[in-house]
Design a protein. Structure first.
Length: 306
């Protein structure tokens, strides 16, 4: 039987095997044996050489000695907060309160001393009686210009108690020039500039006569022009002279004045005793304590000024 594939002849393709058509199959080549892939084994990890040196020495970590064991962070924070709370204005609590107590004591002592001193001074200034029978006349009270009255029949002495004997070393007790040695001696007042005090500017100088054991008490026609503290009888006379100069100058210039001229003065020789300016002599009443009073009379005539 002839082949149905004439194009396949041996003379055309050398080396090819012709499969007989009767079989109807192609020859299957034998597969080559399959060999598994071979990978090289991983190299072993290098092993460090074994050192025979001594292991490093361990040192303890330094810490404060808190007893059995160091404090925890919570304990440390509590201590810090407690320390901050125990300070007031940068001061420890005991120091702060000690300062508060000290300031309170100082303030209390100062206030107490001031109040006590004021009450004591007020008590001393009001305890002694006035040198006059009446102390109701205001300083510089309005009124006419009464002339000095002549001494009248002595009236009944005042029932008020006489001043106590002054202490020898009390600097606030007014003094005179030394009674009875100055009794009836003349005295010329001088102003602060060393000049005599005239009745009016450029006029006659004023002259006074000092009197021991004399208290010119008020009567119905006399009164106190003013009262003030002076350390000596001589200072009281100067106040009277300066008052007269101002009074007569204002009267000359038709200015309103009152109280009348000063014609006499009296000092009370007790603690913080007053100097009294009088518009008249009135009555001499020493209230059983003549050593407590000294006075002075104006001897310069006021005629022509009133």
């Amino acid at each position: 039987m002839s082949s149905s594939y004439p194009e396949f002849h041996e003379h055309q393709q050398a080396g090819l095997e012709v499969v007989p058509p009767e079989t109807g199959l192609y020859s299957v080549p034998t597969p080559a044996p399959v060999h598994p892939a071979v990978y090289p084994a991983p190299a072993p990890a290098p092993v460090p050489p074994v050192s025979h040196a001594a292991p490093p020495k361990e040192y303890p970590v330094p810490h404060e000695d808190y007893g059995e064991e160091p404090p925890t962070p919570a304990q440390t924070e509590s201590q810090v907060v407690g320390s901050a709370r125990r300070r007031i204005l940068g001061l420890t609590v005991p120091v702060f309160w000690a300062l508060i107590v000290a300031l309170f004591v100082i303030l209390a002592a100062g206030i107490g001393g001031g109040v006590g001193g004021g009450l004591s001074a007020q008590r001393k200034s009001t305890s002694g009686p006035d040198a006059s029978k009446s102390d109701s006349g205001d300083t510089g009270s309005a009124g006419g210009t009464p002339t000095p009255s002549t001494p009248s029949t002595p009236s009944t002495p005042s029932t008020s108690s006489a001043p106590s004997t002054p202490a020898a070393n009390d600097p606030l007790v007014p003094t005179d020039g030394g009674c009875p040695g100055i009794d009836n001696l003349g005295y010329t007042p001088y102003s602060a500039d060393g000049k005599v005090v005239p009745l009016v500017e450029g006029g006659t100088q004023q002259e006074f006569r000092e009197q021991c054991f004399t208290n010119w008490a008020n009567t119905d026609t006399t009164h106190d022009i003013l009262r003030t503290y002076t350390p000596t009888l001589e200072n009281c006379i100067v106040v009277c002279a300066e008052y007269n100069k101002s009074y007569l100058t204002n009267l000359k210039n038709n200015k309103g004045v009152g109280g009348g001229p000063c014609v006499a003065v009296t000092i009370v020789k007790e603690h913080a005793g007053f100097c009294y300016l009088k518009n008249g002599t009135g009555t001499n009443d020493t209230r059983g304590k003549p050593e407590m009073y000294s006075s002075a009379l104006l001897v310069t005539s006021l005629k022509g000024f009133l």
